[in-house]
Design a protein around this ligand. Structure first.
Ligand SMILES: Nc1nc2c(c(=O)[nH]1)N[C@H]1C(S)=C(S)[C@@H](COP(=O)(O)O)O[C@H]1N2
Ligand SMILES: [Mo]
Length: 324
């Protein structure tokens, strides 16, 4: 069995095993096509890593920020080394080992464009935005749809503060998050099997729920590139793929946004994707999860344990549409 105690230095090796038990995320894609593109991708990844962008992060001095005690954990915090070395970031490759490749992404200058159905459309530089936002730390659980999980201290601000800045129009019902597009830095984005850029969406009610958080830091420091620097979502009651990384554009709309995973395989990845152990993924159970680091398996909770905050958003807990 692959459930055993793992130490930090063993992570790279252990990272290869667990998801193969459930089947690779992209196994639904034609196996032959995947095999053809994989070697080209590896060569690109190495090149990008070698060219890495080493500009110091100008937001370093902002952290650490005060922890908000309202959001309690039911488990130990994941070790920093585990949360920052086992990542999903398909722009930089399909393995969990994207740290080196992700360093090629330039994260300054970086602007966030707010557009669509808003009273205050604007493009704002990340460091100007950080000065205006109420920064705090929140310890949140994170549950990947692949059934691994972690608990991390994000730094950042409530998404509702950014929604307020945008002044959504009365007809706006959804918020669409679009991540960066940079085929020079991100070799995964040259893989034609994926409909880049990465897109995700929330209803406006979800976006203004107190739990919805924009993370700009983690472990009292600016976000590392592999964790989505400089600006990502953290919506801990949903499967991890909803928490888009490397966001550059936020659009308010009356049309339900279609995420990248949903576009790829709508029978497996839907719009809501709220965590629920009672609804299995078509190819694996969601009843339990593997903690990054210890490898311990624990039961998965509905809404990832955040039901007290968000259950009211979803009128029918038996409706599968809310849970994939
Ligand atoms: N842009 C982008 N955002 C993304 C992903 C991605 O591939 N690209 N992967 C998602 C998935 S599946 C998960 S589990 C989390 C992983 O975040 P982490 O690497 O910081 O743990 O990011 C999510 N956001
Ligand atoms: Mo994920």
């Amino acid at each position: 069995m692959w459930i055993r105690k793992r130490r930090g230095w063993e992570l790279k090796e252990s990272a290869l095993t667990p998801e193969s038990v459930f089947g690779n995320r992209r196994r639904f894609l034609a196996g032959a096509a995947g095999a053809i593109f994989a070697p080209a991708l590896l060569a690109c990844e190495k090149k990008a890593a070698a060219e890495g962008d080493a500009t110091p992060d100008p937001s370093t001095g902002l952290y650490p920020v005060q922890r908000n005690p309202r959001y309690a954990l039911d488990r130990d915090m994941t070790a920093e080394g585990d949360a920052t070395s086992y990542n999903n970031y398909y722009e930089f490759g399909t393995s969990k080992d994207v740290v080196a490749a992700a360093q090629a992404l330039p994260i300054r200058p970086w602007a966030i464009t707010i557009d669509g159905m808003v009273g205050k459309p604007q493009t704002i530089a990340i460091d100007d935005l950080l000065k205006q936002m109420p920064l705090e730390e929140r310890a949140y659980r994170h549950r990947c749809v692949e059934a691994w999980s972690m608990a991390v201290p994000w730094s950042g601000f409530p998404l509702s503060a950014l929604v307020a800045l945008a002044e959504p129009q009365a007809g706006a019902k959804f918020v669409r998050f679009e991540s960066f597009m940079n085929t020079q830095a991100a070799p995964g984005q040259t893989d034609p099997l994926y409909p880049w850029p990465y897109v995700e969406g929330l209803t406006l009610a979800e976006a203004t729920n107190e739990l919805a958080f924009i993370a700009t830091g983690i472990y009292g420091k600016p976000l590392p590139k592999q964790n989505g620097a400089p600006f990502r979502l953290a919506v801990p009651w949903k499967y991890g793929f909803k928490s888009a990384k490397g966001i550059q554009r936020i659009t308010f709309t009356d049309i339900e946004p279609t995420g990248l995973w949903q576009l790829l395989q709508s029978s497996e990845y839907g719009f809501y994707a709220n965590v629920n152990p009672a609804f299995p993924h078509p190819r694996w159970s969601q009843e339990s999860e593997r903690l990054l680091g210890s490898g311990e398996r624990v039961p998965t909770q509905i809404f990832n344990g955040y039901g007290e905050f968000v259950a009211g958003l979803y009128p029918d807990l038996n409706d599968r549409n809310y849970f994939y």
